[in-house]
Design a protein around this ligand. Structure first.
Ligand SMILES: *[C@@H]1O[C@H](CO)[C@@H](O)[C@H](O)[C@H]1NC(C)=O
Ligand SMILES: *[C@@H]1O[C@H](CO)[C@@H](O)[C@H](O)[C@H]1NC(C)=O
Ligand SMILES: *[C@@H]1O[C@H](CO)[C@@H](O)[C@H](O)[C@H]1NC(C)=O
Ligand SMILES: *[C@@H]1O[C@H](CO)[C@@H](O)[C@H](O)[C@H]1NC(C)=O
Length: 575
């Protein structure tokens, strides 16, 4: 089934490519026109980058980032709801100030470092830490993003909408109400709990007497600190930071960082064939105009139309009650493989094309161009069929006809999904969620290949390719070469910006051994000495953040930096 998403991704390309407006009538369930779109051009001269409203890139990146701490810290406002399970015999932790197991919905941490934050007690009485084990698979729903960050501005939007039908900023801190309402809502689907992320991952568990056993109940030495009441009531954390406090906080941040990258939090298993996304433009239409012109970190669900809320809730209900199991395709691995194949290589191309870095390596432009060409060929080797050779190049006009490279583009762009689209047996059992993911994969893969194959074909036309030299061509002039390199640099930069994979967000230079690379995470934003640690505006102003304030921007768009992971912790850089 072809969805509206695809239309957003390529309609622009098709219409502008031929320089006129083409009135498309697309029926949602496909049809002739959709078929035509599906088999659209492999002509590199007419293929265009996806339209501005296309969400394939963010779908690809968010689906590829599920349960990973780093990307979900960078983009806090989750857009995906994913069903899953916590398998039997999984250890989970609960810290508290009382010696009794919870009898009401409560929170469980996946790491004891996290639950120990809530192990509260006096030096004399100590505090209580429970270790539980699951006795059966727990049925959960996962909210991606920093969905346990009790801040306004979007991290809790998806929960609000699911349970209350609208964003309720006034209940941002009302965790008791939230967990009770979520659990009440989840009863109809026999949901045991909800998975969220803050400094580390947590499970909101609805019933501790069902599917859980106590493994141990330890009366631990309580942390000897001036433990802040739950943030954000405490707005001057920095001055309280003694080494003990800092060690406690840093330990939680470290535990979270263990799940920074693939495969992320290992104790939760998601079922991607039931994923529901607010980035699904065929499901949620009302957010398209809202996102228009916004940067990604600004994407919110506030303002979603009531019809779309109903559609999302129906989709989630469908997903939680459905019988069909989907295709069995391991989407998580498929997305990961594509990321692995291109992440380092695109980063390397960006480096080779950066004239500053080329100068630093004292590499003349022609050498840079040849190096890039060689890397492009290496990337494309599995798709460069033997017959992909420009016939003969007599003029520049002919040189710019890349139709000979179309098969390379096509093989490159379809290599990871062709086995699905070409198999009726497989494509007919895809769930809605799976076809959404497949389209995100196809579009993303296609865009990578469009850029890379075109660059390679241009290099061939310029006589830069060592395996396809141009017999009688004059050496490329330095002016042309400069233009080519700067155009290539623009292409790669734009592609990297469009893909926006968090894998590229690193501390540069890398942190020293006693440090860790850190992205500002709720509730620790401290950076500027003497400034409050977390911006009050977030909690107090219904408008959220004032973006004109640069210091707030520093964490609004989280930037990586090194913080010490052992004492002495520096107050200016510490949580
Ligand atoms: C926060 O800490 C600074 C520096 O010690 C102090 O001057 C200020 O009064 C404190 N603010 C609050 C609200 O406690
Ligand atoms: C993107 O969406 C906005 C808002 O719906 C619309 O005005 C604009 O024309 C769309 N742009 C493209 C290229 O489709
Ligand atoms: C090029 O490299 C220099 C030095 O590493 C870096 O400062 C600059 O940001 C890079 N430029 C681009 C466009 O990436
Ligand atoms: C490009 O080359 C192909 C194959 O040689 C040819 O069929 C096509 O007409 C050419 N296109 C243009 C615009 O010259």
């Amino acid at each position: 089934m072809l969805r509206f998403l695809q239309l957003l991704c390529i309609l622009v390309g098709v219409t502008t490519a031929y320089g006129r407006q083409v009135p498309f009538q697309i029926s949602k369930d496909g049809g002739k026109t959709s078929q035509e779109l599906m088999h659209r051009t492999w002509d590199l001269d007419h293929a265009r980058r996806p339209g501005v409203n296309c969400t394939s890139n963010v779908l690809f990146d968010t689906v590829n980032s599920l349960l990973q701490h780093w990307p979900n810290t960078r983009y806090r406002n989750g857009h995906n709801l994913v069903p899953g399970t916590v398998p039997p015999n999984t250890l989970l932790y609960h810290g508290t100030n009382v010696p009794d197991a919870p009898t009401v919905p409560e929170w469980l941490a996946t790491d004891p470092e996290h639950s120990y934050l809530f192990c509260r007690g006096t030096a004399a009485a100590g505090c209580w830490q429970f270790t539980f084990i699951t006795t059966r698979p727990l049925k959960i729903l996962y909210f991606d993003g920093s969905s346990a960050a009790k801040m306004r501005g979007g991290p809790m939007d998806s929960q609000d909408i699911l349970v209350w039908g609208e964003v309720r900023p006034e209940w941002t801190m009302n965790e008791r109400r939230r967990i009770n309402d979520l659990c009440d809502w989840g009863k109809q689907f026999e949901l045991d709990g909800f998975v969220r992320m803050e400094m580390d991952f947590e499970i909101m568990l609805c019933d501790f007497a069902n599917g859980m056993e106590i493994v141990s109940k330890l009366n631990l030495a309580a942390p000897r600190i001036d433990m802040p009441s739950p943030p954000p009531h405490h707005d001057n954390l920095t001055v309280h930071i003694l080494d003990d406090d800092a060690a406690l906080m840093t330990t939680v941040l470290q535990a979270g960082s263990w799940h920074n990258h693939y495969p992320g939090e290992p104790r939760v298993q998601l079922d991607l064939s039931g994923l529901v996304s607010f980035y699904d433009t065929s499901l949620v239409r009302s957010l398209i105009p809202q996102r228009h012109g916004q940067q990604r970190h600004e994407h919110r669900l506030q303002g979603i139309a009531p019809d779309d809320v109903r559609a999302v809730r129906d989709a989630v209900a469908g997903t939680l009650t459905r019988e069909e199991k989907g295709s069995g395709i391991d989407w998580k691995a498929l997305l990961r493989v594509i990321t692995l194949r291109y992440a380092d290589r695109l980063e390397l191309l960006r480096h080779l094309l950066n004239s500053t870095e080329a100068e630093m390596a004292s590499r003349p432009p022609l050498d840079s161009a040849k190096l890039v060409q060689r890397e492009l060929r290496i990337m494309l080797t599995p798709y460069i069929i033997n017959s992909a050779v420009p016939a003969s190049i007599r003029s520049h006009a002919e040189a710019r006809n890349y139709s000979w490279a179309s098969p390379v583009f096509k093989y490159c762009a379809t290599t990871h999904t062709n086995f699905i689209t070409s198999s009726q047996a497989l494509s007919s059992v895809l769930t809605e969620s799976e076809s959404l993911i497949m389209e995100a994969v196809s579009e993303t893969n296609r865009e990578i290949c469009r850029v890379v194959v075109r660059m390679w074909a241009e290099g061939v036309a310029e006589g830069l390719d060592h395996l396809l030299p141009r017999p009688s061509s004059p050496a490329v002039s330095s002016g042309r070469l400069k233009n080519l390199l700067s155009r290539w640099q623009g292409e790669i930069d734009e592609l990297i910006e469009w893909l926006d994979w968090s894998i590229w967000i690193k501390c540069r230079p890398a942190c020293s051994f006693e440090e860790m690379c850190y992205l500002p995470t709720w509730p620790f934003y401290g950076r500027h000495k003497g400034r409050p640690n977390h911006p009050r505006e977030l909690y107090d102003s219904p408008m959220g953040v004032d973006e004109r304030d640069d210091t707030e921007n520093d964490w609004l768009i989280p930037k990586p930096r090194c913080i010490r992971r052992v004492a002495p912790y520096s107050t200016s850089q510490l949580p």
